[in-house]
Design a binder for this molecule. Structure first.
Ligand SMILES: Nc1nc2c(c(=O)[nH]1)N[C@H]1C(S)=C(S)[C@@H](COP(=O)(O)O)O[C@H]1N2
Ligand SMILES: [Mo]
Length: 383
């Protein structure tokens, strides 16, 4: 089966297609036994996962110079009020969808709030000889359970002015980040797939090692992959009465390369159960037609947490409160396709994104381990 004709498992219809996902409705991707978010009472305190007990360590692995390491042992580790205090001057609210490179559906979209990691590193004083930043979440103090990730020092320290930096995040949808979503404090790497956004963040190690140490490197994942622009398809109708309008809906992840449009291809079923080999000549004569992308909500009031004004959100014009571009990069666009007067018969419905470089999915990176962007298909019958 080619990457271009992957049949999706029945996906839950995108819940009411709300702009932000309720934090507990994010699809969860967590390891650990027990899962850190199930800890309670004293175990939670021992794990330092309450707002009062949470600490962040910053240190060298011996290969770099760190003027003021922040450690648990001498009580110099950073606490939550220090991060929130930094937020008063450097806090940024931004929209971002979580997307696992191995799952055919965004996990959820949130309004996150955090401080750039480069500002947090200043707590450790002068730094020298660093090539990479390693970081860990809490995993029951068991080396076998550890889930870790890493970034090039350069990608932490410098960001193009039009782009989001790496964040140490402490709020989601206007609330403290829940334990379930990786709180009290979670790393958020806007341009990357979920595995770089380490939950229950507790330790940062600055190294001269040039190599990535990501847990996700095991499992043949491309650990430097940028978020892919990709279309995902909701369950949709299976049987429609002749003459009735037909509508398919779904989401599109706006990745590193942006999103120009979403397109669908309606094709009479070829009796192959929706399979279509990547080299099938039918792809060359496919008639792709535009889907509708939902415009920015007219009233942001109902779409942002109470008390958050659109003009406070990164990527929005501070004067007009309108988003500077739409759809926003690293967020989810909602699309729909309506069809009328489709003659009785069996059909295949496919959808794809076209990015700002005019690459139609799955190009230019069809390799699924750098992010899923196959062309999803659904079959349906008009009776
Ligand atoms: N500490 C920790 N952080 C983690 C993980 C984990 O298992 N442990 N899973 C990662 C992966 S693979 C993904 S896709 C995202 C999922 O985020 P979510 O559960 O908030 O949707 O979290 C990432 N952060
Ligand atoms: Mo993931």
């Amino acid at each position: 089966m080619s990457a271009c004709s992957q049949t999706q498992p029945a996906a839950p219809a995108n819940k009411a297609r709300t702009f932000l996902t309720v934090p507990q409705d994010f699809r969860d991707v967590s390891r650990g036994n027990p899962r850190p978010f199930t800890l309670k009472g004293d175990a939670l305190v021992q794990a330092r996962l309450t707002p009062e007990t949470w600490r962040l360590e910053i240190m060298s692995d011996g290969s770099t110079e760190v003027e003021r390491p922040r450690r648990l042992e001498d009580k110099s580790a950073i606490d939550l009020p220090a991060i929130e205090g930094l937020g008063k001057t450097h806090g940024i609210k931004f929209l971002k969808a979580m997307q696992c490179n191995n799952i055919d559906q965004p996990l959820g979209q949130g309004l996150w709030e955090g401080v750039p990691l480069r500002e947090v590193l200043k707590f450790a004083g002068r730094l020298n000889n660093i090539r990479r930043v390693y970081y860990w979440g809490f995993h029951n103090n068991d080396p076998k359970q550890v889930f870790q990730s890493s970034l090039a020092y350069n990608h932490v320290m410098e960001t193009p002015p039009w782009d989001l930096p790496v964040f140490v995040a402490y709020r989601l949808n206007g609330q403290p980040i829940s334990l379930l979503r990786g709180g009290p404090v979670r790393m958020i790497v806007p341009w990357a797939h979920g595995f770089k956004s380490i939950k229950w963040l507790q330790r940062i190690v600055l190294t001269n090692d040039h190599r990535a140490n990501d847990t996700y490197a095991a499992g043949n994942n491309d650990i430097e992959s940028y978020l892919k622009t990709a279309a995902y398809l909701d369950a949709g109708p299976q049987k429609v009465r002749a003459g009735a309008p037909i509508e398919f809906t779904g989401t599109a992840m706006v990745g590193w390369s942006g999103l120009k449009r979403v397109e669908y291809w309606l094709r009479s079923a070829a009796g192959q159960h929706g399979q279509l080999a990547g080299d099938d000549p039918a792809w060359r004569t496919a008639r792709w037609q535009p889907c509708r992308i939902e415009p920015p909500p007219r009233d942001w009031g109902g779409n942002l947490p109470d008390g958050v004004m659109p003009k406070e959100v990164w990527g929005f014009d501070p004067k007009t409160g309108r988003p500077k571009e739409w759809p926003l990069r690293f967020s989810v666009a909602l699309w729909s396709a309506s069809m009328r007067d489709v003659k009785p018969g069996a059909y295949e419905f496919r959808v794809r994104t076209v990015d700002q470089n005019d690459f139609a999915q799955p190009e230019p990176r069809p390799y699924p381990k750098s992010g899923r962007n196959a062309i999803p298909v659904r079959q349906f019958v008009v009776e």
